[in-house]
Every structure is written in C-alpha cells, then in structure tokens.
Ligand binder design. Structure first.
Ligand code: SAM
Length: 309
C-alpha cells in the first residue's frame, strides 16, 4: 500500500510552493496571543538528506530548492524578464523560506531539507502545539526520532495513525485557534475524496480554523476535481479561500531517442487554503512570479493565484 517515500521528492518544486505558503500562513497565525494548534495530517519523516541515495536518485531538489538557493548565481543567465522581476531582491515570503532551509544547513551547502514538521515547529511559540500524523512505519519511526532531538517535550506529538481520522479528536482546539495541513501522497485514488470529506467535516467541527491542502495538478479527473470541490465547499459555507498554483513544465508525454514514451514527472501543483490569513494573498502575489521564473523547466512555466470570500 505504501510505496510513496517523500525522501525522493524533498525540496522539489512542489515543496517550494507548499512550504513557502505554509510559512507565510504560520508567520501570521503565530503573531496572535492565544495558543495555536497545528495538525499535520500527513507529516512524512521530518528531515531529509539531499545528498542521500533517495534525493540523488530522483534529482528533484536540483530543480527546486537548490535552484532557488542559486537565484543570484544561476547556472545559465536569467532572461531579461526574470532579471527584472528579481532586481528588487527575493520576495519576502520566498526569502523567508530560503533562510529557513539555510538555517538547517549551517555549513553553507544544502545537505538537509526540513519537511513540514520541522518548518512548523521552528515557527511556533512555546505555548503552541503540533500534532503530527504519519502512517508509514519507517517514516513514523524516523519522524519520532527526528522530533525527539528537538527536546521540546509535549509541544510536539507524533501519532502513528491515519491522519484522515486522527485530526477529529483535536477539533475544536482548546484555545480555538488551529491550522490543519493536509498533504497526502495521493498514491491511492481514494485520497482525493478523503481530503474533500475531511475539509467538510473539519469545518463543521471548527468553522474558523485555517485549512491548507496541497494537491498535484496532473491529468487525472480526481485531481482536477479536488480544488473545485474545496472552492464549492468554502463558497457554500461563506468562508474565505485562496488557491495558489505553480507549473514548472508541460504535462505532455514526450518520446526519447529510443522512441520510448517518457512521463514528464510532476509538472505542477497547488495549495488550497480555506480561511486564509488576510496577509497571504499579497505575500504570494510577490512570491509566485519569482518562483515560477526561477523554477521554470520549459516555456509552460506559470503560476496561478485566485481567491474568494
Ligand atoms: N507533509 C510532508 C512535508 O511537507 O514535509 C510530506 C508528506 S508526504 C507528501 C505524505 C506522507 O503521508 C507520506 O510520508 C506517507 O507515508 C504519509 N501517509 C500516507 N497516508 C497516510 C494517512 N492516511 N495518514 C497519515 N499519513 C499518511
């Protein structure tokens, strides 16, 4: 059942989008006085080696965080349009994210990539709580060991449970402030309807929480339907929403020199946020054009940003 390992994908373009949005959301939510509860329903292993076998095999980080880190010294020169976009410097949300990743790599070389549990924990106040769900036995064990190193005691709990069910016992949260991040691997088709069902149920349990869903943009009906369903849900309930997407290349199949059909790998992804902080849109308006320009793999690179209330 579990063939997905995030270690292959850590630091790729989808992580750049997801973690930039996650940080921008958390920067806002952690400014308030009351304790925040963060539920990470699909947490992964927490920390990943970029110089290890998994990351080296896939090479995905090279076209994600590594490219971003080289924004001032690219391997090939930026186009005039991109150079103009970058002239004022990196947008604050992107710079914040890059600094976070660099903070885990004090030697100056990117060897380690922090997943959502570590990024989140770094931004929390002492009073805040983080609940991490991870079902894969190996990743759950690694996550537990990784988080234990932080010695933050009861602030963080690692639960080897189904995140699609486990969140229920934490909503509504004690101080009535929560962020739920839902970032499944979508390796099973049923993940798509489960995400939508969870969002609906979570909003019933706690209507004012912030709900953030990452989704792949791939030629599959369920994948297309998910952001539409989330938008319908938010609109029906009169909740604000924001949908940010990043495309780095064409989704078309190609043919290699041997005549074999090649899949392009993940070409694009999106993040849908229900009840987003009011500061999020402006932050992403500045960050997304730079992200799309820096991570572009072909002329199909683009970004999307829409919102409603
Ligand atoms: N959120 C992580 C990050 O940003 O660093 C990456 C998570 S990865 C995309 C998805 C993870 O969900 C995998 O580690 C997988 O083992 C785990 N998983 C799959 N189904 C699950 C479920 N029902 N409940 C909890 N974890 C699950």
């Amino acid at each position: 059942m579990f063939s997905y390992r995030h270690a292959f994908h850590a630091g790729n373009h989808a992580d750049v989008l997801k973690h930039t949005v996650l940080m921008a959301v958390l920067r806002h939510l952690t400014q308030k006085d009351n304790a925040l509860t963060v539920l990470d329903t699909h947490a992964g292993a927490g920390l990943y080696r970029l110089d290890g076998d998994y990351a080296q095999t896939s090479g995905e980080a090279a076209n994600g965080i590594v490219r971003l880190a080289q924004w001032q010294t690219p391997l090939s020169p930026h186009s005039p349009a991109l150079a103009k976009l970058l002239a004022p410097g990196l947008a604050p949300a992107l710079a914040d994210y890059l600094e976070m990743v660099k903070g885990f790599n004090q030697s100056g070389t990117l060897r380690v990539y922090p997943g959502s549990p570590f990024i989140t924990q770094q931004l929390l106040n002492e009073r805040d709580k983080l609940k991490l769900f991870e079902l894969h036995p190996t990743d759950a064990k690694t996550l537990d060991a990784n988080m234990a190193q932080l010695e933050v005691g009861r602030q963080v709990a690692v639960l080897r449970e189904d995140g699609f069910e486990g969140y229920k016992k934490f909503l509504p949260p004690p101080a009535r402030r929560a962020l739920l991040l839902c970032d499944p691997s979508y390796e099973i088709k049923s993940d798509y309807p489960r995400v939508a069902a969870m969002a609906g149920d979570a909003l019933k349990r706690f209507a004012t929480g912030t709900y953030m869903v990452w989704y792949p943009i791939i030629p599959r009906p369920e994948a297309h339907d998910l952001p539409r369903k989330l938008k319908t849900l938010a609109t029906k309930l009169g909740k604000g929403w924001l949908n940010a997407s990043l495309t780095v290349k064409s989704s078309k199949l190609t043919t290699d020199a041997q005549g074999d059909t090649q899949r392009p790998g993940l070409p694009a992804s999106g993040v849908f946020v229900i009840n987003p902080p009011h500061t999020l849109k402006a932050k992403l308006q500045a960050a997304l054009p730079q992200m799309a320009g820096l991570l572009a793999q072909d002329r199909h690179a683009a970004f999307g940003l829409e919102s409603g209330s």
